[in-house]
Design a protein around this ligand. Structure first.
Ligand code: PSU
Ligand code: MN
Length: 307
């Protein structure tokens, strides 16, 4: 391919048109589909997340690397590829390697936020963010999601960080990285499968319009980094806390015994927890993601119709 026609990443036609017309667009990540949810539910979930947005008049931009090319907005075939192919889990640092080798990868929150920011997609929905792992003071295991959000001008809706992590440590790092954290109608930071972690945060927002106003103010101040909207699952939908705590400890101990390290840790824990909870954690995980996709759609709509 001659250099002049080479594109480092491709924005789908639907997303290009929506952005050009100032219509709402929401980015969706693909690691949750490829590594976070089991087959075949993952494909149904990926399609459902897009449907939720479409029916709210919002253009979905699912993001993944296909054959080396980062894509912002996938067609039906692309969505089924991330659900069914054994793709690598791709963070920001993997993007140039995938590009040069022309291989496919499912993008983490870090890589999705980076690519969404490049494309001008301002709102992004996921389940739970990566963060500081328990024991990070010796392993240094901290998700690139945090540092990436500090650089990408994208608002991410997440049910906090997964409770497998060190939540207090993660909040400390977000403070250091100067990433604004807003609870949605709460100052009790959520803990993914559970509505509340008990960790208090400074700020909350009560409406999508208020979040759009924070985005606008951040743009005007010129501090072009991400914003986290911590959106708790309604209490009646949360996982039973006793069961959650029991399965979590079991999963952490299995990861330790089996010597799971690096980027394999999060997928291992999530899939272990699905098995050990008899599928219950999966149902809650799907409710979390739906809840976040819905709110992200509302924020993107408020953003596109702001004064
Ligand atoms: N949230 C989910 N399921 C997931 C993830 C988040 O509900 O599978 C993924 C995201 O892609 C996130 C990644 O970026 O886990 C974090 O992995 P790590 O801790 O290795 O950075
Ligand atoms: Mn890690």
């Amino acid at each position: 391919m001659p250099p002049s026609s080479h594109q480092p990443f491709v924005i789908s036609e639907a997303v290009t048109e929506a952005l050009a017309a100032g219509r709402p667009v929401v980015a969706l990540e693909s690691t949750i589909i490829s590594h976070g949810l089991p087959r075949p539910r993952n494909l149904a979930a990926a399609q459902e997340f897009e449907e939720i947005l479409l029916s709210a008049g919002v253009t979905p931009a699912t993001i993944a690397v296909l054959d080396g090319v980062p894509r912002i907005g996938l067609d039906a075939d692309g969505v089924s590829r991330i659900a069914n192919e054994d793709m690598v889990k791709a963070s920001v640092r993997d993007l140039p390697i995938l590009a040069a080798k022309k291989i496919s990868g499912a993008t983490t929150v870090a890589a999705t936020a980076y690519l969404a920011g490049k494309a001008g997609v301002r709102v992004f929905a996921t389940g739970g963010l990566g963060g500081v792992h328990r024991g990070a003071s010796t392993t240094f295991d901290e998700s690139a999601d945090l540092s990436s959000l500090a650089l990408a001008g994208v608002t991410v809706v997440a049910a906090g960080v997964k409770s497998v992590l060190d939540i207090a440590g993660t909040l400390e790092r977000l403070e250091t990285l100067s990433v604004p954290v807003l609870g949605y109608r709460t100052t009790n930071f959520p803990s993914f499968w559970l509505t509340e972690s008990g960790e208090q945060i400074d700020w909350s927002a009560d409406s999508p319009a208020e979040i759009a106003a924070v985005m606008q103010a951040q743009d005007e101040l010129g501090h072009g980094q991400g914003i986290i909207v911590a959106n708790p699952l309604p209490i009646e939908l949360q996982w039973l806390p006793e069961e959650h705590d029991r399965v979590l400890l079991e999963a952490l101990s299995a990861a330790d015994t089996q010597g799971i390290r690096g980027k394999a840790v999060t997928p291992f824990l999530l899939s272990y927890i699905v098995g050990a909870s008899g599928g219950r954690s999966l149902e809650v995980n799907l409710d979390i993601a739906r809840n976040n996709v819905r709110l992200a759609g509302e924020i993107a709509t408020a953003w596109s119709t702001r004064e």
